[in-house]
Design a protein around this ligand. Sequence first.
Ligand SMILES: [Fe+2]
Ligand SMILES: [Fe+2]
Length: 214
Amino acid sequence: MQRSGTEIKALLDMDLTRENAWALLTEYVTAEPLLKHCLGVEASMREYARVFEQDEEFWGFVGLIHDFDFEIHPTLDQHPQDGAPILRDRGVPEAVIQSVLSHADHLNVPRASRLELTLAAVDEMSGFVTAVALVRPSKSIDEVTPQSVRKKMKDKAFARAVDRHTMISAAEALGVEFDEHIQHVTDAIATIAPRLGLSRTAQHEPNVEVVTGN
Ligand SMILES: [Fe+2]
Ligand SMILES: [Fe+2]
C-alpha cells in the first residue's frame, strides 16, 4: 500500500502525551528553576484550556515544552528559533512548533490562536504569581490574590526581570480582564503548589462538627 506524504507525516508525528512532553523537556533541561517555570506554564495552559473548553492535553503539551531549548539556547539570538529544528526532528507536529515560536516577541510570529495568546499571557504571569507566594512567610499560594499581585507589580524592586507592561498587554490581547487573569493563573499554580515549593493554607475539608460530649 502506497502512503501519501501527509499520511507518513501523521504516522511519524509524536503523540501529544504528557509523558512524551516530559521526556523531551527533561532531555534538554536539568536546571530546577527552568523546570519549575515550564511546569507553571503547563499548569496555567491546562487551566485556561478548561476555562475555554479546549483540548487540555494539547495546551498542556505546548506549555510544558515551550522553553525546552532555553538551557541549551539561553539567548534570544537562538531561543526558541534554534529549538524548532530539534522539535521537527522529533516528530513534534508543526502546529505545536508554530505555537512555541509565537511566544517569543522578538520573532514577530503573529499569535494566530487563542492558545498562542494564552501562552504569551501566562508565560510571565505564572512565575510572577509563584514569586508573590514565595515571599510570604507561609509560602502559601492560597494567600495570593489579584490585589496582592497588583501591589507587587508596583514594587519595582520585586522580580525586576519581569516586564509589567508585557504582562498587562498580553492579558489585554487575550481579552481576559486583568484580575480574572491573575486569578486563573493563581488557581493553576495552586494545583501544583508542592512541586513549586509552595504550600496550601486554605481549608479544603468540609466543616465537620466535633461532638465533645461536654
Ligand atoms: Fe521562552
Ligand atoms: Fe517561558
